[in-house]
Design a binder for this molecule. Structure first.
Ligand code: CMP
Length: 139
């Protein structure tokens, strides 16, 4: 089912490298409207909870440490078919496999430090947006 909202994070290495403004520009230039936006930093405990679905994966510890390593931008985005269209815009998890013109092709360092998160389903978009934002932080 198409949905009109998704959730994203601009990850620590992309923020530290000064790419956040360019990534937000790519997002809005591609038709996504910002519903909520926050500059924040996850504790290791919060990162562990956010990525709990990957708990059994061998990269879980590395992922949690990395996502808590510095500030991020978190956002809820609106567009027709938002989840699928945003995953197209960010490109494959591994930047070596991401298509030209995608956010990860342009800005990701590696499969782990891949610049930008995008929800993988409508259900997760809702859960992830609720993790960061209250009702009065959405416009
Ligand atoms: P994201 O789309 O935020 O969702 C899960 C994250 O786990 C992914 O981006 C990567 O940052 C990370 N990840 C996925 N696969 C690997 C891997 N093989 N090695 C390290 N990190 C990974």
């Amino acid at each position: 089912m198409a949905t009109n909202r998704t959730f994203t994070m601009i990850k620590p290495e992309a923020v530290a490298a000064g790419h956040a403004g360019k990534i937000i520009d790519m997002i809005t230039s591609n038709g996504f409207r910002v519903i909520a936006l926050k500059y924040t930093r996850l504790s290791a405990q919060e990162a562990g909870t956010f990525y709990e679905v990957h708990k059994e994966r061998p990269f879980y510890g590395e992922l949690v440490d990395y996502m808590a390593s510095g500030p991020i931008f978190a956002a809820i985005l609106e567009k027709d078919n938002a989840v699928e269209d945003f995953r197209k815009l960010i490109g494959a998890t591994d930047p070596a496999q991401a298509e030209e013109g995608t956010i990860r092709k342009r800005f990701a360092e590696s499969k782990a430090k891949n610049a930008c998160h995008g929800s993988d389903s409508n259900e997760n978009a809702e859960i992830e947006g609720n993790f960061f934002f209250s009702g009065r932080e959405r416009f």
